[in-house]
Design a protein around this ligand. Structure first.
Ligand SMILES: Cc1cc2nc3c(=O)[nH]c(=O)nc-3n(C[C@H](O)[C@H](O)[C@H](O)COP(=O)(O)OP(=O)(O)OC[C@H]3O[C@@H](n4cnc5c(N)ncnc54)[C@H](O)[C@@H]3O)c2cc1C
Length: 511
């Protein structure tokens, strides 16, 4: 028997139950809502809660059978590893406030991360390279002092030296439009060879598939967000584990540097799993969340809008807030069509491909081969991050394999079962001590996931100048939110920023 969201949430106190939801909740049916919010990720929940707090009646339509969207915790894997949003840092003011407001504890992983500075192993072409040998290694494509840098720090050092403007927070300002060029062309203009860019930027890329499809202004935005967080967010940093070693200048923006620069550093996670934040937010909603409602059409007018789902049901309201990533909104028929630049943005905004494998090991093979369990490779394994969520910094509960960019697309081609076999055999090839010990507890491709069709949004060369200003402009009674519309912050914080902005726009429009 179907149950209402309120009954459902009450019946499923444990996050694990909600994550595995396969029952569709349905509307209590008490009349037409004022606002429909599409998407129960952080941006949708923030918008819905803000609208409710201001007296509006809200209905949330969600395609998946869980809340959280790209915040997704594996509650049934040891240590509850994250498939999506990993960590927050000092500038995540809205996330920190939301955790407090909805009763979710933030755990600061910084002390235990710094207690374990084992770093990560470096493999190129299947060969293990000791970093002390790297400067003189024949595979090293860099020149001068850059030869001494691990490849995963090279691009950051190039941007630090050469980013052509300082006010990175104004990354989308028309004054910087001339820099809406590919990262590849920019690095090449500073003397970088293709081999340097391939190893130092494209391998385990953080945005797009290669440096050719990332705008330098996208990079500036990301660097701005790293800077305000003092370069300290491990899980979201471009280089994985090794970035933990880069000390922040001061933990709180504007504050005087602490005597110990690590003292106030926040590498925050939500206790027992990041998905507990959206789960707690959903519990505070008065209105319903309808799960399993894949939106296929949106119609908008001057006084109202309607949303059609794949089961043919039509929902009407005075306004609709759409938080779907543009990668999935592309499949939705919008009537009338948005203005041409907004339509073009919906059709073409870039998204990074990411696929993850979560491995558990029967025994700590890293004790046998004497290396760190974490790795940075140029092969299918991409970046391997040892998860140490507990109080014991030496306890590794699982290993997350991050296949990003072109490598993510590559492993996706194998399908799930062959993909798992590929990852295990590659692992055993690089680390023979792991033979027979590893199993894949979970895998997830954000690229083939029909409700994300990619991971975070990427402005491609030329898109900031041409499309950025049009992305979130209300289309009659259709309003846009989601991380791809944020301009001051990124990731989970960007999602909340966007939900807040869209809810204010709706309230202004409804009067
Ligand atoms: C691997 C990974 C690591 C990350 N690491 C970090 C990190 O360390 N720090 C950080 O700040 N951020 C991180 N992020 C990014 C962060 O998780 C996202 O930016 C944020 O959660 C996006 O929220 P959102 O509400 O904008 O979008 P979403 O969470 O994607 O919400 C959109 C919702 O719309 C729904 N939807 C889509 N299509 C339809 C449809 N047709 N019909 C109905 N519903 C639909 C989706 O199911 C989803 O629930 C990471 C993300 C990933 C995937």
């Amino acid at each position: 028997m179907p149950i209402s969201r309120r009954e459902f949430v009450a019946a499923s106190a444990a996050g694990a139950a909600l994550a595995g939801l396969d029952t569709t909740a349905f509307a209590a049916g008490s009349g037409e809502p004022d606002v429909i919010v599409i998407g129960a990720g952080l941006s949708g929940l923030e918008a819905a809660l803000t609208l409710e707090e201001n007296g509006l009646k809200v209905l949330v339509l969600e395609g998946r059978r869980r809340v959280g969207g790209r915040v997704y915790t594996l509650f049934d894997v040891p240590g509850h590893p994250e498939v999506g949003g990993n960590s927050i840092a000092n500038a995540y003011g809205r996330c920190i406030a939301a955790a407090k407001k909805y009763g979710v504890e933030i755990v600061n992983l910084a002390p235990r991360l710094f207690a374990n500075r084992a770093g990560q192993e470096f493999f190129l072409g299947g060969e293990h390279i000791d970093l002390k040998d790297w400067a003189n290694h024949p595979r090293n494509p860099f020149v001068g002092d850059a030869r001494k840098l691990p490849p995963w720090t090279w691009a950051d050092s190039m941007f630090k030296q050469h980013m052509p403007f300082k006010d990175l927070e104004n990354w989308y300002d028309a004054n910087h439009a001339q820099y809406d060029m590919s990262v590849h062309d920019f690095l090449a203009s500073k003397g970088a060879s293709d081999a340097m860019i391939r190893l130092g930027y494209d391998t385990n890329i953080s945005y797009g598939t290669t440096s050719h499809d990332v705008s330098l202004l996208q990079q500036a935005f990301s660097d701005h967000w790293q800077n305000v967080n003092r370069g300290a967010v491990m899980g979201f940093a471009r280089n994985g584990a090794a970035s933990v070693g880069s000390a922040p200048a001061a933990a709180t923006p504007g504050a005087a540097p602490a005597a110990n620069p690590m003292a106030n550093l926040l590498v925050g996670v939500f206790k027992d799993g990041n998905q507990n934040l959206p789960i707690a937010m959903a519990k505070h909603l008065k209105g319903d969340i309808l799960y399993g409602r894949r939106v296929t059409a949106i119609s908008t007018g001057d006084s109202g809008a309607s949303v059609t789902c794949s089961d043919g049901k039509v929902y009407r309201a005075k306004a609709v807030v759409c938080t779907m990533p543009f990668s999935t909104l592309r499949d939705v028929a919008i009537d009338p069509l948005p203005p041409s630049l907004q339509h073009k943005a919906i059709r073409t905004l870039g998204y990074i491909p990411i696929t993850q494998f979560h491995l558990v090991s029967k025994k700590p093979f890293w004790e046998k081969d004497g290396m760190s369990p974490s790795m940075w490779t140029d092969g299918p394994l991409g970046v391997v991050l040892a998860q140490r969520p507990g109080n014991d910094p030496n306890e590794v509960t699982s290993l997350t394999v991050w296949c990003r960019g072109q490598n993510g697309l590559f492993v996706d081609r194998f399908g799930i079962e062959d993909g798992k076999r590929l990852i295990i055999s590659e692992f055993e090839r690089l680390r023979p001590a792991s033979k027979g010990l590893l199993s894949v507890a979970a895998t997830h491709s954000w690229t083939t996931d029909p409700f994300s069709a990619g991971d975070w949004a990427i402005f491609q060369p030329g898109q900031v100048r041409e499309l950025r200003a049009s992305i979130a402009v209300p289309h009659k009674r259709l309003f846009f939110a989601g991380e791809h519309t944020a301009v001051g912050s990124r990731g989970m914080e960007g999602a909340l920023e966007s939900g807040e902005r869209a809810s204010l726009e709706v309230m202004a429009s409804l009067g």
